[in-house]
Design a protein around this ligand. Sequence first.
Ligand SMILES: Cc1cc2nc3c(=O)[nH]c(=O)nc-3n(C[C@H](O)[C@H](O)[C@H](O)COP(=O)(O)OP(=O)(O)OC[C@H]3O[C@@H](n4cnc5c(N)ncnc54)[C@H](O)[C@@H]3O)c2cc1C
Ligand code: SF4
Ligand code: SF4
Length: 420
Amino acid sequence: MKGFAIRDQMNGVEEPPGKTWFWELEAGVIFADRCIQCGTCVAVCPSNSIGVGDDTGLPELVKMCTGCSLCWDFCPRGGLRYEALWPPSTPSGEGDAPTVVKSDAADPYWKITGGPPGDGLGALLERYAVRAGARPDDAQDGGVVSAILVAALAAGDIDGALVTKPSPDPDEPWKGVATVATTAKEIVSNAGSYYNQTMALAELDLSRYDLPAKPRLAVVGTPCEIQGIRAMQARRWPTGAHRIDAVVLTIALLCTKNFDYEALTLRELRDKRGVDLDRVSKVDVIHGRLIVEYIDGRVAVDEPIKDFHGAALKGCDECADFLGRGADLSVGSVGTISGWSSLLIRTEAGLEAFHRARGRLDVRDLDDPEALLKLDRLDKRIAERSLERKLDPDAPLFIDYAEHLSCYAGTDRAPVVRDR
Ligand SMILES: Cc1cc2nc3c(=O)[nH]c(=O)nc-3n(C[C@H](O)[C@H](O)[C@H](O)COP(=O)(O)OP(=O)(O)OC[C@H]3O[C@@H](n4cnc5c(N)ncnc54)[C@H](O)[C@@H]3O)c2cc1C
Ligand code: SF4
Ligand code: SF4
């Protein structure tokens, strides 16, 4: 309880009215088990007072808190409360036409989450099913994220990309950690999905990387991480070590939930199910199931995702942003057939990045846009239920599993039900 120890040392210091301290974030979010490990509080702190705990992987004070309130204000589970920033539902395009919302501050609909919830897929210029011509071996789906990053780097539009790499610690197999990739080789070798949060935005202290004085970065992150970035970009303040100003492109990975590394990978997979983590080639959450494959092609685990709910981050239940509405590009598996990715292009910056990569991509119409809408609606209802449960702990948390599965009905990702 480092924060409280520091508070003790500060006893007697006169406290101006209206200050919000880090320990209020601790009490309301971190100790309340609601932290979704995005790293926004670390990145936003102008005095570099917040670090990442070695043992916990959670934010903790590393020096004196000044009570500036920014960590609370920008936390997606604290003051940011992005749902509250949605304007009322507004009419959009004609018929089924996607809503066109420019993602810049001059647009009245510009919000951290990119637009109101009634607008279907959110701000959208174009949408496609896409796969990379040369798909990296470890790509999760169409290898689209990696292809777009490689093209942006080759064109000189970015100097690097904040992505996720395997932990170098041999005691942490299949744990993803945040890193800035500065070469095409690094981008390609870090393709694929890790089902743990990485405190990614804490990595925006770029001092350990060899980058130009005015670096330009792409950030690949879960929608909550993109919310943190958008909020920080929208409001200027004297920043600390973290280079929010460097972010020129944001790519959200569609996300309904993420997991605690130890609870999912070590306890549920290794200890309870005997998975040999050194032989795993891929972990996927797809068509409502968690699937673990070995290098020899054998399926080690194939179970309904609801069996692993206890290992998920509790704060994810409150999340209503499956689609990464605030990003320049959103990419996921839902809505396309296997081996392809769904790509939602939301802003001019996203469109430019797509055109840069166009020659490296196979592109066609989305197979099943309704699948994306369905899963988004389900995600929002789970968030609503989660809030209801705060008022009434006996209210049911889960939505019908069959409804979750029905989100995949329009593609070959529809589940082969193998419940035992
Ligand atoms: C936790 C999580 C949950 C997801 N849930 C869904 C879902 O419910 N529905 C859906 O349609 N898609 C979901 N996705 C997205 C999907 O798994 C693929 O990432 C996406 O389709 C892009 O595939 P790709 O082959 O184009 O990307 P690739 O070319 O394989 O590149 C993926 C990029 O993501 C980065 N990355 C990997 N793990 C993380 C992480 N934890 N945090 C930040 N960056 C990371 C990699 O470093 C790489 O740069 C999820 C992804 C994650 C990480
Ligand atoms: S949710 Fe993000 S901003 Fe909030 S405490 Fe956790 S890491 Fe910090
Ligand atoms: S479900 Fe929401 S809060 Fe959880 S990791 Fe995904 S985007 Fe973040």
